[in-house]
Design a protein around this ligand. Structure first.
Ligand code: ADP
Length: 484
């Protein structure tokens, strides 16, 4: 790896302030080339327990620090990330594959959570409550939940960590993070910068492992871990939810989606195409809020298909480090196989590939931007996350049809609609079963707005004031004998 940063980024794990290596390691690969970038420790369930010990030990002192002091440390962490943003972006592109422009965007987006929560931690207000009895007074105070565990995915290797860790630390919690085995280097780099910023030993630990199920069991079984925050597939989310039952942990689950993106006849065509492109092809289609089903009303269908093909034809498939790249590789061979199989299944049931539809010559993990029409709501491609650069179009007739099709899924993360009619936009936004709705917008996630899903897309919210609350407990104090 040839990345210029002021200090080299670590390839060891961080437990209790110590950089930990192990005899057993696993390689981190560049998905664009298959080249090995580094070896990182393949830690064990015992190491996970040591990380919990460290977080447990660090908790009382970190929780007791005035919020303002925690905020100053977090602000320093933010500043260090910004100072290293170009090196972090290059590291992200190397291990995750996304185009450099997107990596730069993610570093800024990821850092924004730390900046936001550094401020927001100072505002963990309780209430005073008008009394029911003359001799009593009631107040609530907010206290950190305690030791937290985070399990994070590979598609946003920085933002999915800062969104959890920035918030946990601001609230006064300590945390153990298990990053995805595909993208551990960004997590370790963040931990190094946090350490440099003065986050104390044990407050933020990172354990790298290939044995996620075994480490996950330790993190979920330990009673000292009071909260689990997970971003990943619904399948793994369900396993972790069950595992947390025995110790009644608090949970934030950011799981899969099956986002509908609805284009009505009265949409602004250019706006609809730009929004669809941003929602669909960002990160090569590998986000849980990517438009998975593009529902297009009959009156605008042909015009929209033509305009979308024109826009998708301008995408540049290339390794993310290439300045011209707008679509990088998918993360691994399974991802390519999944896209291929969803497409061939759809085509066998009557869908039509309008463009793309096949792997790209740049390397084993590249796939051409694809537009497919003739998709129906019962096809597998309309019911599973594609997680690839494939725009899958369903034609519909009426507003009621669109709402029915959009909501006919167990998922409810993001939804999008395009219409210039404000009454329709409001009516449909209210009717969509989703935690987040973009109206005439294809990308909306940021630090000030709550992110999260309903139905099987998850529990809780990240970012915003609601995000901070997820790491706090409310304690009611009743002060009696006041008129004695
Ligand atoms: P994706 O399909 O996006 O890779 P996963 O849900 O498989 O989503 O992975 C998200 C995170 O969950 C990763 O860090 C992965 O290592 C971890 N993971 C996968 N299986 C388990 C498990 N059984 N227990 C705990 N963590 C797991």
């Amino acid at each position: 790896m040839n990345i210029k940063s002021s200090t080299p980024f670590p390839t060891a794990a961080l437990i209790g302030g110590e950089w930990v290596t192990s005899k057993k390691t696993f390689p981190v690969l560049d998905p664009a080339t298959g080249d090995k970038l580094a070896d990182v420790p393949d830690l064990t369930p015992d190491d996970a327990k040591r990380a919990i010990d460290a977080a447990h030990q660090a908790f009382p002192a970190w929780a007791a620090k005035p919020a303002k002091e925690r905020a100053q440390i977090l602000r320093k962490w933010y500043d260090l990330i910004i100072a290293e943003s170009e090196a972090l972006a290059q590291l992200m592109t190397a291990e995750q594959g996304k185009p450099l422009t997107e990596s730069r965007g993610e570093v800024a987006y990821g850092a924004s959570f730390i900046e936001w929560f550094a401020e927001e931690g100072k505002r963990a207000y309780g209430h005073t409550i008008p009394t029911t009895v003359a001799s009593r007074r009631y107040v609530t105070i907010k206290q950190p939940i305690g030791v937290c565990a985070a399990i994070t995915p590979w598609n946003f290797p920085i933002a999915m960590i800062t969104r959890k860790v920035g918030c946990a630390l601001a609230a006064g919690c300590t945390i153990v993070v298990k990053p995805s085995e595909e993208t551990p280097l960004c997590a370790l780099a963040l931990a190094k910068l946090a350490q440099d910023a003065g986050v104390p030993a044990g407050a933020f630990n990172v354990i790298t492992t290939l044995d996620s199920p075994a480490v996950g069991k330790v993190l979920t079984a330990d009673d000292r871990v009071r909260k689990l925050t997970f971003t990943g597939s619904t399948e793994v989310g369900k396993i972790l939810y069950r595992q947390c039952a025995d110790t009644i942990k608090k949970l934030t689950l950011e799981l899969g989606g099956n986002a509908p993106l609805i284009i009505f006849d009265d949409a602004d065509l250019q706006q609809a195409v730009a929004g669809t492109m941003a929602s669909k092809f960002r990160n090569a289609g590998q986000t849980c809020v990517c438009a998975n089903r593009i529902l297009v009303q009959a009156g605008i269908f042909d015009k929209f298909v033509a305009a979308l093909k024109e826009a998708a034809g301008k995408l540049v498939v290339a390794p993310g480090r290439d300045a011209k790249s707008t679509v990088g590789p998918l993360i691994n061979a399974d991802a390519i196989e999944k896209v291929k199989s969803l497409l061939s299944n759809a085509v066998s049931q009557g869908a039509k590939v309008e463009m793309g539809g096949k792997p790209d010559d740049h390397g084993a993990l590249f796939f051409s931007p694809t537009v497919v029409t003739g998709v129906t709501a019962d096809m597998t491609i309309a019911n599973e996350e594609i997680f690839g650069p494939v725009a899958s179009l369903i034609r519909f007739e009426t507003e009621a049809d669109a709402i029915r099709i959009a909501n006919n899924t167990p998922f409810g993360l993001a939804a999008y609609l395009f219409s210039q009619n404000v009454s329709r936009a409001w009516r449909v936004a209210e009717a969509l079963e989703a935690g987040m709705v973009g109206v005439n917008e294809g990308v909306f996630s940021n630090e000030v707005a709550p992110f999260g899903g309903i139905k099987q897309s998850g529990l809780g919210r990240e970012g915003a004031d609601e995000g901070l609350n997820e790491y706090l407990e409310t304690k009611m104090i009743c002060l009696g004998g006041m008129n004695a």
